[in-house]
Design a protein around this ligand. Structure first.
Ligand SMILES: C[S@@+](CC[C@H](N)C(=O)[O-])C[C@H]1O[C@@H](n2cnc3c(N)ncnc32)[C@H](O)[C@@H]1O
Length: 270
């Protein structure tokens, strides 16, 4: 007789062997796994753990099934201050000689909060500071529902809690159901469906934001492979931005080095 696993026991069993950090998965991941169990007509977590062992295709899709979709505008404000005052000016100065468009990717863009924060930095100051330049922001996510919400650009108040008040007043319109980002800003971001684990990443990027994805949920070989893929999409001297709680480990320390004076910023050593 098999003893039925709880969700916690299930993730502690299936995650480590697949280079996933079980401690990071929340209630929403449990709901997604239960829906998948139901869809497959299986009896519960134990049954699904066995199914994963027998089906490599299902196992390689597990990181995406468990994915967590939480974000907010200007998450971790020091990173955004350093982007506005150090990282973006550095990249724009460099671009002044090598071409005028600065190319940016947000990988794991969730509902658009992260790429729109960048677009707000551009509209609220950098555009006037670097009138010769332009910015191209592409935002990628594996979750079609996130992309749908991102394109709608309407947000609950709590998602805006770190937006400086003057930006909120100038660029968001209060509605009954939340706040709509001004289309002058939302038009700057191009959203696309992409699975970081299986799709190629568009190359020639000057800046990539990949926060609370690879360095939070992936370990070991899975992390090393995806970080290599990301750094290869950067131009020489291109910069990768991570989250406050994400620190490169031994697998990736040789491919990304910290930028001094800019929090959570790393130069790719290609
Ligand atoms: C925790 S959220 C982080 C959002 C944002 N980067 C931030 O820091 O606020 C992780 C996002 O990565 C997306 N994601 C997970 N696996 C992915 C994959 N394989 N390819 C692309 N996006 C993925 C999820 O759908 C989710 O929107």
């Amino acid at each position: 007789m098999t003893v039925e696993l709880t969700f916690d026991q299930f993730i502690k069993t299936v995650c480590p062997q697949r280079n996933l950090d079980w401690r990071k998965y929340r209630r929403a991941s449990r709901r997604k796994v239960l829906a998948r169990i139901h869809e497959l007509g299986l009896s519960g977590f134990s049954d699904y753990a066995e199914y994963l062992n027998r089906n490599p295709g299902e196992a390689s899709a597990l990181p995406n099934l468990l994915r967590v979709t939480v974000s907010r505008f200007f998450r971790e404000k020091e990173t955004w201050q350093d982007l506005a005052t150090t990282v973006l000016p550095l990249l724009f100065f460099r671009r002044a000689t090598s071409g005028k468009i600065l190319r940016v990717l947000s990988i794991g863009c969730c509902n658009g909060e992260e790429p729109y924060s960048l677009a707000l930095l551009w509209k609220a100051g950098l555009e006037a500071q670097f009138p010769e330049n332009r910015i191209s922001i592409t935002a990628l996510d594996v979750d079609p529902d996130c992309l749908r919400r991102a394109r709608k650009a309407v947000y609950a108040r709590k998602t805006l809690r770190e937006v400086p008040p003057e930006l909120r007043e100038s660029w968001f319109e209060p509605l009954r159901e939340g706040y709509r980002l001004n289309p002058v800003v939302s038009r700057l971001v191009d959203f696309k469906l992409l699975d970081l684990l299986s799709d190629p990443i568009p190359g020639g990027q000057d800046l990539i934001l990949c926060r609370y994805l690879v360095f939070t949920y992936y370990h070991g070989e899975l992390q090393r492979k995806t970080v290599n893929k990301i750094t290869q999409a950067l131009n020489p001297g291109g910069i990768l931005i991570l989250g406050d709680k994400e620190k490169p480990g031994p697998e990736t320390r040789s491919v990304i080095v910290p930028v001094s004076g800019a929090k959570n910023s790393y130069i790719a050593v290609n």
